[in-house]
Design a protein around this ligand. Structure first.
Ligand SMILES: Nc1nc2c(c(=O)[nH]1)N[C@H]1C(S)=C(S)[C@@H](COP(=O)(O)OP(=O)(O)OC[C@H]3O[C@@H](n4cnc5c(N)ncnc54)[C@H](O)[C@@H]3O)O[C@H]1N2
Ligand code: MOO
Length: 391
């Protein structure tokens, strides 16, 4: 996608920046941690998962009908319901109990005869029971201790249900620990923007984006534009990734680059030749990767998709969820930039990417309407473009 791998004007081209983010992710040492099932969706398994119990865990009826022993017709000696204690001491040959699906079958049961095939008359039941049928026998699906999910699997809804049915309360996942620091003296966290104050639009957006890429935002803080406070927060970061929002540019209150230099951070990406989002950066310090996102919310989203999503995916080896099979034809008048890769918010209709507009750097309106960004490299002459899927 786009770019020639060369720097210009201090910025790295868009594709090379993403390659560096992936390389940084691949070098990170993310620890495996146990998280409750409710927090594990979308994370990558950091270890194999074994069955803590067999499935089924007890011999149970697979059909509503009669549990029978020996040859019929059978004498009815009781009823067995799911969730109730087993009926009686067990079945002797020639005996049966009426039984519900999921109820424990009594000891001695050889088959379940479904209602549809049974004839009941005067305390007795008859019908063509087949030995072993319509009973879920203990451990026949999964044996205790069997490996059912392997390391590297992305945990989906079925895996969560499976883990619960096998007795797990937590799952061992590789979910990078992400801290978010939203900076800006003008940024507020409630109420209306106005009179020089602006409501934080990045803090509410990032946790869902991070989860989509397999990470977890463990803390989200806000602070003003104080250089010492920024340095303190970065120095104290205890995370696989710290995302600093704002302070990425050259203004009198933009201290991020200076602070990273003071702290001896290794800068991996210092600006990206893309629009929006060019002031973004990536650095590393003491086991924490630091991503700097521009304060303009639309630019922050583009920057997060450019660097943070590939970085997080590479940290756990999972596929990038923003990948879109392409290229896709782009409708309308989209002009390429001479040097920068443009990210244009589009909806995909009948296989064509249609720009939605409203995608200025300070706005999230276009992105909220869009399915994807069209990646328009410098010098693009129309036709097809790669797409970057939006969550
Ligand atoms: N001389 C130059 N000035 C600027 C350049 C440049 O290249 N040379 N780049 C512009 C671009 S592009 C961007 S993007 C911004 C990036 O600025 P910062 O990352 O330093 O961010 P701030 O200056 O703090 O804020 C920019 C803008 O966004 C608003 N903002 C900040 N945080 C939030 C938030 N959490 N939610 C909503 N809005 C936020 C802030 O009020 C500003 O309006 O620099 C340009 N300048
Ligand atoms: O590139 Mo800024 O990051 O466009 O608004």
């Amino acid at each position: 996608m786009g770019g020639c791998g060369s720097d210009h004007g201090g910025s790295l081209d868009w594709s090379s920046a993403r390659d560096r983010a992936r390389a940084a992710g691949g070098r990170a040492a993310v620890a495996v941690r146990a998280v409750p099932l409710a927090r594990a969706a979308g994370a990558v398994l950091g270890a194999d998962v074994r069955a803590l119990t067999g499935v089924p865990a007890f011999d149970a009826a697979a059909m509503d009908g009669f549990a029978v022993a020996g040859a019929g017709p059978w004498e009815l000696v009781g009823t067995s319901l799911a969730g109730a204690p087993a009926a009686g001491a067990g079945l002797a040959p020639g005996q049966a109990v009426e039984i519900a699906t999921g109820a424990r079958v009594p000891k001695g049961t050889e088959a379940v005869l479904p209602y549809e095939r049974a004839e009941r008359r005067q305390g007795r039941v008859a019908g063509p029971a087949e030995a072993g049928r319509h009973v879920r026998w203990t451990g026949e699906e999964t044996a205790p201790g069997e490996t059912v999910l392997t390391r590297g699997t992305v945990v989906g809804p079925a895996a969560l249900g499976l883990a619960a049915s096998l007795g797990h309360e937590t799952l061992p996942v590789l979910a990078p620990r992400v801290a978010v620091l939203v900076t800006g003296a003008e940024v507020t966290t409630s109420g209306l923007s106005g009179e020089g104050f602006v409501r934080d639009a990045i803090g509410p957006m990032l946790p869902a984006l991070v989860e989509w890429a397999g990470g977890r935002v463990d803390r989200l803080d806000h602070q003003g534009d104080d250089r010492a406070a920024l340095a303190e927060a970065i120095a104290a970061a205890d995370a696989d990734l710290l995302v600093v929002c704002g302070s990425s540019s050259k203004g009198p209150a933009d201290h991020l680059r200076a602070v990273l230099a003071d702290l001896g951070a290794e800068v991996l990406v210092d600006g990206v030749a893309c629009r929006p989002g060019h002031p973004q950066l990536l650095a590393r310090r003491a086991g924490t990767v630091i991503a700097g996102l521009p304060g303009n919310p639309g630019a922050a989203l583009v920057a997060a998709l450019t660097l943070v999503v590939p970085l997080l995916c590479a940290m756990t080896g999972r596929p990038d969820p923003s990948w879109w099979p392409g290229p896709v034809p782009v409708a309308g008048e989209v002009a390429a930039h001479p040097r920068d890769t443009r990210l244009v918010a589009v909806r995909v209709q009948d296989g064509t990417a249609v720009p939605v507009g409203h995608d200025r750097p300070a706005s999230l309106r276009g992105a909220a309407l869009a399915d994807a960004y069209a990646v328009v490299p410098p010098g693009w002459r129309g036709g097809g473009a790669e797409l970057l899927r939006l969550p």
